[in-house]
Design a protein around this ligand. Structure first.
Ligand SMILES: Nc1ncnc2c1ncn2[C@@H]1O[C@H](COP(=O)(O)OP(=O)(O)OP(=O)(O)O)[C@@H](O)[C@H]1O
Ligand SMILES: [Mg+2]
Length: 283
């Protein structure tokens, strides 16, 4: 089944592949592998940001990436979304395309990789001079060549799901930060990707707006979307993640279930980092 077929029913839910609650989120090693990242590397000039990243993402599961500033979390997401070209390593989709970055990627290969995922940015990145509806339908109509009427109907259904049906014709500046970010999520969903990538989606929001965005993300997880989320929201990670991946120094230091990661991390470096975010005053 193609991704578009699998996700065609955007009216009744967020259009995910699986049924709500179809996957129990207790064992991070259960479920089919959607894609495997092996040995991903990337340098900017002399700075090797990704040394050798290994990451397994399973269908319908939520992977939370954590790690210190500069550890390469955004670079991993941008590499998955073809916004960055890694220098080496592979990304292999089970039963789908695979990418070997030791060879230079041509434009069609980069487009194919980009089409597997959709990204929600820290700052929503909406087009300021386009309405909410135009922002959401831009990719489906102009990139994916979805018929306009269908793209609009699907966008309206998704906007309704996040409580923004009445905002379809306003411009981003007329929305709160939380509403903008929910439009950013809808824009990603409208592309019907196999995996949703979130880069610190709540870190630029006022505290009272964070909950609305996390609630939408939790619903998406419950509906079976595959998600890779860079966030330091420990409550979210505990409640929603299947695996928590800790990155440091350009490698994945450890990946485990949230309960294991937060109660008994294996590495001293992980423990130090978690101590700091769980107890920022050091008391
Ligand atoms: N386009 C670029 N050119 C040069 N250096 C870059 C570029 N993008 C990222 N870097 C550097 O790569 C390193 C990793 O950046 P990245 O944004 O992936 O880290 P991060 O883990 O997401 O950090 P943060 O938690 O602060 O968002 C940083 O040292 C950053 O300065
Ligand atoms: Mg980042």
């Amino acid at each position: 089944m193609s991704r578009n077929d699998a996700n065609s029913g955007a009216g009744g839910n967020f259009g995910s592949q699986s049924q709500p609650g179809a996957m129990k989120r207790s064992d991070m090693n259960q479920g089919d592998v959607l894609f495997d990242v092996k040995g991903l590397s990337k340098s900017f000039g002399d700075l090797q940001v990704l040394k050798s990243i290994d990451l397994t993402v399973r269908k319908g599961q939520v992977s939370v990436l954590m790690g210190p500033s500069g550890s390469g979390k955004t670079t991993v997401l941008r590499s998955l979304n073809s916004l960055e070209s890694p220098d080496g390593g592979t990304i292999t989709f089970t039963g789908g395309p695979s990418f070997d970055f030791s060879k230079s990627q041509k434009k069609p290969e980069r487009a194919l990789l980009r089409d597997q995922s959709a990204m929600v940015f820290q700052q929503h990145n909406l087009f300021p001079h386009r309405t909410v509806l135009e922002n959401v339908t831009e990719g489906p109509i102009h990139v994916q060549k979805t018929p306009k009427a269908q793209a609009i109907a699907e966008a309206e259904a998704l906007l309704a799901r996040v409580g923004l049906a009445d905002k379809r014709d306003v411009y981003p500046f007329q929305l709160s930060g939380g509403q903008q970010q929910r439009v950013g999520i809808v824009r990603a969903l409208a592309l019907k990707p196999d995996v949703l990538l979130f880069d610190e989606p709540t870190s630029a929001l006022d505290p009272e707006l964070v909950g609305d965005v996390l609630a939408v993300m939790k619903e998406l997880a419950d509906e079976g979307w595959t998600m890779v989320v860079v966030t330091h929201e420990v409550t979210f990670a505990r409640a929603v993640a299947d695996q928590v991946v800790f990155m440091d120094g350009g490698v994945v230091l450890e990946a485990s279930t949230p309960s294991q990661m937060f109660s008994n991390p294996r590495h001293r470096r992980t423990r130090q980092f978690l101590d700091r975010i769980l107890n920022p005053l050091g008391e």
